[in-house]
Design a protein around this ligand. Structure first.
Ligand code: SF4
Length: 342
C-alpha cells in the first residue's frame, strides 16, 4: 500500500441538530483510501455510510450539521476550504454516483446536455466540445449508438443505461476519487454485474480511487480491495477484502456474513439474520453500540460490553473494535467456515 493515501479521514464526527436532540450519525471515524484502490464501506441502513461520504463531498447543510475532524484529500483538509473551492473540487477531483439515477438526472434536459454541462462548468469548454466529450463518455460506458443517444432524455434510457449515463457524468472531468453510493441496488443482478465490471475497467484505465458504499457483502466481495464495516456511526472492523471476508474479527461482520447466501457453502445450513434492529443515533447505546444485538457479551463478561466503548486497534490497517480477546474470538467464531472473496 502507498504511504500517502489519496483520501485520509481522521476522527470524523458528523452530528445533526434536530427538534428531538442531537443525532450522532458519525462518531469518531477514521479511514484511508489509497490511490487506484477501492474501499468498500458496508453496513446496514443508518450506519453512517452515506453521511460520511456526503461529508467528504461537503454536501451537508451547514446550518443543521456539526462536523469535526479532518478530511484530507491529497493533503488538503476539505473541512477548512471555502464553498467555492469545494465546488471546484467536486467534479475535478472527486465526484459521486447516486443510487437512484432517475431522481438524480433532470427529466427536462438531454443526457448529452447534462454530461456536457458538467464538463463545461469545470473546464470552460465550448458547447461543441462538451457535446463531443459527452459522446466520448457515452461510448466509454458502453451506450450503443452514442452519437444518437446523446440527444435522448433520461426517460428514453433503461435503468441500466441511466446508471451508465450517471457514471459517464461522474467521470467526465476525470476525477481522482469516485464515490459510488449503492449504485447498483435498484438494478437487476445481470445489469448490476455489468455496472460493476464497467467500474472495475474504468478504474484500471484511469487509476481512480473508489469508495463503494453498500449494505451487501456480496457486492463488496466482487468490487472492493479494502473494507470498512460500519455500525451505529462507528467503524467496527477494517482490513483488506480477503482479511475481512475470510477471517472476520468483529461479531457484527460475522453476523453480516451469516445472513448472506453463498454459492459454495453447504445448502442445508439456514441463513441466520442478526437479531434486533440498528440503534437509534439520537440515543445510541452506551459501551459497544452493537451490544444489544451481540451474542458474545457473556463471553466478555462483567457487563463490560454495555459500559466500555471498545477501541479500534489497527496493525497495518487491520483490526476491529471489540472486547473479545483473540482466544475468546477463536472460540466464539469456531463455526464460521469463511467465504472466499473473488
Ligand atoms: Fe459484542 Fe462486546 Fe465485541 Fe461489542 S465489544 S462486538 S458487544 S463482544
Amino acid at each position: 500500500m502507498s504511504s500517502t493515501p489519496f483520501l485520509s479521514v481522521r476522527d470524523l464526527h458528523v452530528h445533526f441538530s434536530t427538534e428531538d436532540g442531537t443525532v450522532r450519525a458519525v462518531d469518531g471515524l477514521s479511514f484511508d483510501v489509497e490511490r487506484g484502490r477501492t474501499l468498500g464501506i458496508v453496513g446496514e441502513s443508518g450506519s453512517g455510510k452515506s453521511v460520511t461520504n456526503l461529508a467528504v463531498l461537503g454536501l451537508h447543510h451547514p446550518e443543521h450539521t456539526e462536523i469535526s475532524g479532518e478530511i484530507l484529500l491529497d493533503g488538503r483538509d476539505l473541512l477548512t476550504v471555502g464553498e467555492r473551492e469545494l465546488e471546484q473540487l467536486r467534479g475535478n477531483k472527486m465526484s459521486m454516483i447516486f443510487q437512484d439515477a432517475l431522481a438524480s438526472l433532470s427529466p427536462y434536459h438531454t443526457i448529452g446536455r447534462q454530461i456536457g454541462e458538467t464538463f463545461r462548468k469545470h473546464t470552460g469548454a465550448s458547447r461543441k466540445e462538451a457535446r463531443e466529450r459527452a459522446v466520448e463518455m457515452l461510448t466509454k460506458v458502453g451506450i450503443p449508438q452514442p452519437d444518437l443517444r446523446v440527444d435522448d432524455y433520461p426517460h428514453q434510457f433503461s435503468g441500466g443505461m441511466r446508471q451508465r449515463a450517471m457514471i459517464a457524468m461522474a467521470l467526465v472531468c476525470d476525477p481522482e476519487l469516485l464515490i459510488a453510493d449503492e449504485p447498483t441496488t435498484a438494478l437487476d443482478v445481470t445489469v448490476q454485474a455489468q455496472i460493476m465490471d464497467l467500474l472495475k475497467d474504468l478504474q484500471q484505465e484511469t487509476g481512480t480511487s473508489i469508495i463503494f458504499i453498500t449494505h451487501d457483502l456480496g457486492v463488496i466481495a466482487d468490487i472492493a480491495d479494502d473494507v470498512l464495516v460500519m455500525y451505529g456511526g462507528r467503524c467496527m472492523e477494517r482490513g483488506t477484502k480477503k482479511e475481512v471476508l475470510s477471517d472476520p474479527r468483529h461479531p457484527y461482520t460475522l453476523g453480516l456474513l451469516g445472513s448472506m447466501p453463498t454459492l459454495d457453502g453447504p445448502v442445508d445450513v439456514p441463513l441466520s439474520p442478526i437479531p434486533g434492529t440498528p440503534p437509534s443515533l439520537l440515543h445510541p447505546p452506551g459501551g459497544c453500540r452493537f451490544h444489544p444485538r451481540c451474542s458474545f457479551t457473556e463471553e466478555v463478561g462483567g457487563g463490560r460490553c454495555a459500559t466500555e466503548q471498545p477501541v479500534l486497534e489497527l496493525v497495518d490497517g487491520r483490526g476491529s473494535a471489540c472486547h473479545l480477546s483473540t482466544e475468546q474470538r477463536a472460540r466464539c467464531f469456531a463455526d464460521f467456515a469463511g467465504i472466499r472473496p473473488n
